[in-house]
Each structure stands twice: as structure tokens, then as C-alpha cells.
Design a protein around this ligand. Sequence first.
Ligand SMILES: [Zn+2]
Length: 83
Amino acid sequence: MKKAMLMAVAILFSTATVFAAHTPNALSDTTKTKKVKPAKVQYTCPMHPDVLSDKPGKCPKCGMTLVKKEPAKKKTDSMKMKM
Ligand SMILES: [Zn+2]
């Protein structure tokens, strides 16, 4: 009884260790490679440029899959007009 419990804990622990070891590894990997994009990626609808999302999804207006919109220039977002 006690042994089985210990086994379960050991398995859980090793799984957690693998997970913990995996996450920082992936993080440092992205830091090492210069492919990392520091810029904020936004997703927009090809048909509705006014639809912007910070994560992939569907356009709320037409249901199309949002495409990645990479900022061409470093520009402050002042798209919104002052009302
Ligand atoms: Zn749309």
C-alpha cells in the first residue's frame, strides 16, 4: 500500500522534473536563436484590417482565420483616432 503510493509520487515527481527541465530548455533555446521576435505580434483578418487580436483566432465579423500581422516599422500604435 505504502509502496504503491511512493511509486505514484515518484512517477509524478519524475514527470514534473521532465516538465520543469523542458520548459527552461525551450526558453533558453529561443533566447539563443536569433529568430525570436521581440515585437508584439498581432493577428488581423485579411478582409477586415480593423480587426486586431493578440492571439490567433477567427474574425468576429466573417469568421475567417486571422493572419499574422508583423509590424513593418517600429511605430507606436496610434491607429485609434481621438474621439
Ligand atoms: Zn473578417
